[in-house]
Design a protein around this ligand. Structure first.
Ligand SMILES: Nc1ncnc2c1ncn2[C@@H]1O[C@H](COP(=O)(O)OP(=O)(O)O)[C@@H](O)[C@H]1O
Ligand SMILES: [Mg+2]
Length: 319
């Protein structure tokens, strides 16, 4: 069989560059070398080369996180270059990257979320009204970021101002949400036309971590992950159902991973990731493994889904 000429994109220019480079290395290791000829591109330095090489490539694997990687921009470039890539397209990537827009679509789809308020940089924010509306603790986060970057849990009103200022250093819109104390769960989905949910993962940040923050996410051993989660079948079904609904509400394709919190028998969706972490021990690959799909096979599947999706949309090209 002829090898698939694959562009592996990792690095980039977002605050999650290091995470991406690390994932990229592990993805490279795991990819089946009998199936793929792999060329590496770091969008920070190699975009022109990618454009020049496009005609000699068959597909791209985007292992980038955050703005300029997960937000539709790279996806748009690849569309123009007529290169298939895994996961969400321009629209889904753009809406899912923006937590403010995602929430509007989740609301329209009846997906349960923590109570929230959103603000743009030029809007006046009255701290006491915010606290009255959301209660304490509350969470301040930038609309477009990931890996818990720029996020604060505010426990006292006097700390709100600094949290808001920090949020606005990462984006010109922020969200504030009621803090939900409960069991943190995350659930992946996989597939094009009728995406299926993977086993649910339970996340337990280690002692000393206030929440699943950047360090808890990326320090080995800082977080315990249990898959399948220790929840009964009925709740599992609800979590999986919500993950699929969230995926569909945001117009996603191929795969995604939705973060939730279970509190007092209620589920709250936090967000959906269109390019979930992709080291061999990241959440999504872990749950795929529990479902019987090795990291290598998971990558094959994502690339197969990308090629299938591209076959369909190719017909819309007039030339
Ligand atoms: N409303 C909330 N209540 C409780 N914990 C939260 C809330 N929002 C975020 N968190 C914590 O912060 C982490 C990151 O938040 P999330 O919305 O998933 O953003 P991202 O992962 O894109 O940075 C979550 O995994 C959770 O631990
Ligand atoms: Mg998250």
């Amino acid at each position: 069989m002829k090898k698939i000429r694959l562009a592996l994109l990792s690095g980039g220019i977002s605050s999650e560059r290091e995470v991406s480079l690390n994932s990229g290395r592990q993805v490279f290791e795991a990819l089946d070398k009998d199936r793929y000829d792999i060329a590496l591109y770091d969008p920070k330095t190699d975009l022109k080369k990618l454009v020049m090489d496009a005609d000699s490539l068959d597909a791209a694997l985007i292992i980038l996180h955050g703005p300029f990687g997960e937000d539709g921009t790279i996806q748009g470039l690849l569309d123009l270059l007529n290169l298939p890539y895994q996961g969400a397209g321009v629209l889904g990537s753009a809406v899912a990257m923006n937590k403010r827009v995602s929430k509007k679509l989740f609301e329209a789809a009846g997906i349960p979320m923590p109570a929230y308020l959103s603000f743009s940089m030029n809007e006046a924010i009255d701290p006491s009204r915010v606290v009255k509306s959301l209660g304490l603790p509350l969470v301040v986060k930038p609309a477009c970021a990931g890996s818990s970057v720029g996020m604060t849990i505010v426990r006292e009103e006097r700390d709100l101002e600094a949290a808001i200022a920090l949020g606005f250093t990462h984006d010109d819109a922020i969200l504030m949400e009621t803090y939900i104390k409960g069991i943190e769960l995350t659930c992946g989905v996989l597939g094009n036309e009728s995406p299926e949910a993977l086993p649910v993962i339970e996340i337990i940040p280690g002692e000393g971590y206030e929440f699943f923050d950047y360090t808890a996410k990326y320090t080995a051993g800082a977080t315990r992950e249990i898959c399948p989660a220790r929840i009964d079948d009925a709740v599992t079904k609800k979590v999986q159902d919500l993950a699929v609904r969230a995926h569909e509400a945001l117009y996603l394709k191929g795969y995604s991973r939705t973060d939730m919190i279970l509190s007092d028998h209620q589920l709250y969706v936090l967000e959906t990731n269109t390019i979930p972490g992709m080291t061999a021990t990241s959440l999504y690959p872990q749950s795929a493994q529990v479902a019987g799909l090795s990291f290598t096979k998971l990558l094959d599947r994502l690339i197969d889904l990308a090629l299938a999706e591209h076959e369909k949309t190719k017909l819309r090209r007039a030339l």
